[in-house]
Design a protein around this ligand. Structure first.
Ligand code: YYY
Ligand code: MG
Length: 148
């Protein structure tokens, strides 16, 4: 089963959206494999966003993601990496469709509520940056028989 890394960013935590966001993925039929509220260090933030280190917004991005607690999660399900990106909506909430998380709750690009891995390679990399293998649980639910 495919896994992805999702994270409610400090704005989403502050906006009291953890439950709403967890609920969307849960109702969709995806299964939570691990989760924790955490304060990201400067070092972890720079590793997580390493692909953006030459971009003009990099320092602000690192400052923002370390500005308060985040809710880090690993979710699993068929085709979850691409589907979760669709459920999040476009990076800029101004362009994100209504019905998506960013479209419904965000206004500006630098405060766009949620992070989600964009490919199998980044999912693998990000999951291992944020979680130890023994923090992730494989299990099945009775509902899975009705989802698959
Ligand atoms: O993967 P995703 O979060 O949708 O977008 P990325 O292009 O990876 O950018 C990461 C992060 O950087 C984005 O969620 C907000 C922030 N950002 C920004 O502040 N200003 C931009 N012009 C582009 C991205
Ligand atoms: Mg990205």
């Amino acid at each position: 089963m495919e896994r992805t890394f999702l994270m409610v960013k400090p704005d989403g935590v502050s906006r009291q959206l953890i439950g709403e966001i967890v609920s969307r993925f849960e109702k969709k039929g995806f299964r939570l494999a691990g989760a924790k509220l955490m304060q990201i260090s400067d070092e972890l933030a720079k590793k997580h966003y390493a692909e953006h280190k030459e971009r003009p917004f990099f320092n602000d991005l690192v400052a923002f993601i370390t500005s308060g607690p985040v809710f880090a999660m690993v979710w699993e399900g068929e085709n979850i990496i691409a589907t979760a990106r669709q459920m999040m909506g476009k990076t800029n909430p101004a362009e994100a469709a209504p019905g998506t998380i960013r479209g419904d709750y965000g206004v500006i690009v630098s405060k766009n509520i949620i992070h989600g891995s964009d490919s199998p390679e980044s999912a693998k990399r990000e999951i291992s940056l944020f979680f130890r293998e023994d923090e992730l649980i494989s299990y099945s639910r009775p509902a899975d028989a009705s989802i698959y």
